[in-house]
Write a protein that binds this ligand. Structure first.
Ligand code: FAD
Length: 313
């Protein structure tokens, strides 16, 4: 069975949930081989094996000192040498660039913002605010697929997890952009926005920089907090929490929109959420069209009631 390379997403050695989803998707296509860049592979390999990684390729931490290009060099080298069937990465902004660069090196194609992939490597994409589903397939070479977090349900399956060290010669062009500093995002105990199973977002309807009505509901549910661009542009919530076309793209199991109208640019970032709940005082707001459950009412009354109910359970 051909190998399917999976680029591992980890923060200081802690494997992100999306990697297990990628390994699960990879098993549909072939034999998953995780690709680890950085320190901590020894501790992580058994965990990757639990989701089917037959191999764990381990590359030097030095590759992390540079921006994207070295990872593309590594993936292209591994894919070429092992005749990989495909390369899977998570659809983060950084990894989408890795995907594009890897595809150029392989002479194949990159498919980004994928929400599903079949054993035949046909990918599914949700576009135009969820109004249209498209399917795509790369016709030449090993496709590089960037899958959105929470698109595939991670399922455990024991693999061998055999570690193999790999090295790659980096051309000068791959080391021209160096990472000078990494700043850890402070978000308290809340899950990361792109990884969270539940997201509660606030929009202009929140009415002020006091986002506690959104945060309280999020905390009662163990959810991440998101925001519309109107809320971010008003200075009510930090930019890194913006959901939408020019913000983060997310697919949680549950997305709760508080005081968000549902503009197409906002929908572009959350339309693939499995369940959408909207609280909006305007019955004509477009968000209701894509909601599974709508509450027409004042969020400052509805959200605290909901928070109280959840906290009671
Ligand atoms: P509004 O559209 O003003 O909606 C506020 C809603 O709150 C209304 O529906 C109102 O009925 C409701 N409301 C008010 N008070 C209450 C209350 N007390 N209780 C309940 N409901 C209440 N937007 C994004 O979000 N993300 C993006 O990434 C993004 N990228 C963009 C990129 C481009 C190139 C452009 C042109 C726009 C982009 N936008 C983006 C902006 C987008 O077009 C909208 O302007 C924005 O999403 C609106 O945010 P909102 O829904 O919070 O505000």
């Amino acid at each position: 069975m051909a190998e399917v390379l999976v680029l591992v997403d980890h923060v200081d050695g802690e494997v992100k949930k999306v990697t297990n989803e990628l390994l699960t998707a990879a098993r549909r296509v072939g034999e998953p081989a995780a690709v680890w860049v950085g320190a901590g592979a020894d501790a992580a390999a058994p965990k990757l094996a639990e989701f089917g990684a037959e191999k764990v390729y381990t590359a030097s931490s030095e590759l992390n000192d540079y921006v994207v290009a070295p990872k593309a060099e590594l993936l292209a080298k591994l894919a070429g040498e092992n005749s990989a069937a495909a390369v899977l990465v998570s659809a983060t902004p950084e990894n989408k660039e890795v995907a594009a660069r890897t595809a150029v090196k392989l002479g194949s194609g990159a498919l980004t913002d994928v929400v599903d992939v079949t054993p035949e490597l046909v990918t599914e994409h949700s576009i135009f605010g969820g109004a249209t589903v498209t399917h795509a397939k790369v016709r030449t070479g090993a496709p590089v697929v960037a899958l959105r977090p929470n698109s595939v349900t991670a399922e455990a399956s024991q693999g061998a997890g055999a570690q193999e060290e790999v090295s790659v010669d980096l051309p000068e062009s791959a080391t021209s952009a160096k990472v000078v500093e990494r700043v850890k995002q402070e978000r308290g105990a809340r899950p990361e926005l792109t990884e969270a199973a539940i997201v509660v977002s606030g929009g202009r309807g929140v009415g002020s920089e006091d986002f506690s009505v959104v945060e309280s509901l999020a905390d009662s549910l163990g959810a991440a907090v998101g925001a519309s661009r109107a809320a971010v542009d008003s200075g009510w919530y930090p930019n890194e929490f913006q959901v939408g076309q020019t913000g983060k793209t997310i697919s949680p199991n549950l997305y709760i929109a508080l005081g968000i109208s549902g503009a197409i640019q906002h929908r572009a970032g959350m339309q693939t959420s499995k369940n959408i709940v909207a609280v909006n005082k305007d019955p004509e707001a477009p968000i209701h069209e894509i909601s599974d459950f709508s509450v027409v009412g004042d969020l400052h009354k509805v959200a605290p009631q909901l928070t109280d109910e959840v906290n009671k359970r």
